[in-house]
Write a protein that binds this ligand. Structure first.
Ligand code: IMP
Ligand code: MG
Length: 179
């Protein structure tokens, strides 16, 4: 697919995202107040979302990054998840919040949560900017969701297409010009 020959349709504008993140930040701060919170952000897709979300928290938080295998250059998951770079700190005293850009099949989030549970944290929950429930292959319901979206391939705000467009400050869908 040649993205330049497609129509860019904004799905979540900068303003939509900013407003929703304020709400999410407040909700998460209230839940984890007086608890030891550890945000585990999944690279690379969630770096923009994580950076904006953690700045909406008004509680102390530790933040680290994990790298999992991704879609590569296509628009379909390979189906197998690998942890390329793990968290090295002892997580036993912490409440973990896994942050990702999107839950699609759910394979990544389910695998990461199971993996982090083996580190004996106090709790593990997850927060995603976008949720595509129609695409689910495994049973998982993210605890905090920015926006529930239809089954469309989305790009921008950390999400890539062919490794590009992560820097676009809003989320958009690409569609054919003649549609
Ligand atoms: P899942 O394992 O199928 O839930 O997919 C998780 C990962 O696939 C996300 O963290 C994204 O990096 C990538 N992904 C899923 N859907 C999209 C999309 O619509 N656009 C860009 N990346 C996506
Ligand atoms: Mg990802």
């Amino acid at each position: 697919m040649d993205i330049d020959k497609k129509v860019w349709e904004v799905l979540c504008s900068e303003e939509d995202i900013s407003n929703r993140l304020k709400e999410l930040g407040q909700e998460i701060s209230d839940v984890y107040r007086d608890k030891k919170l550890y945000v585990v952000s999944l690279l690379r897709g969630s770096f923009v979302f994580t950076a904006d979300l953690v700045r909406k928290l008004d509680i102390p938080v530790k933040i680290d990054f994990m790298t999992t295998s991704s879609y590569g250059h296509g628009t379909e998951s390979s189906g197998s998840v690998k942890i390329v770079n793990d968290i090295k700190e002892n997580l036993e005293d912490y409440h973990i919040l896994v942050v990702d850009d999107i839950t699609d099949s759910g394979l990544t989030m389910k695998y990461v949560i199971e993996h982090l549970k083996t580190k004996n944290p106090v709790s593990v929950k997850c927060c995603v900017l976008l949720d595509k429930p129609e695409r689910r292959k495994v049973e998982i319901e993210p605890d905090y969701v920015g926006f529930t979206i239809p089954d469309k391939f989305v790009v921008g705000y950390g999400l890539n297409y062919g490794d590009y467009y992560r820097n676009i400050p809003y989320v958009f869908v690409v569609t054919d010009k003649d549609r």
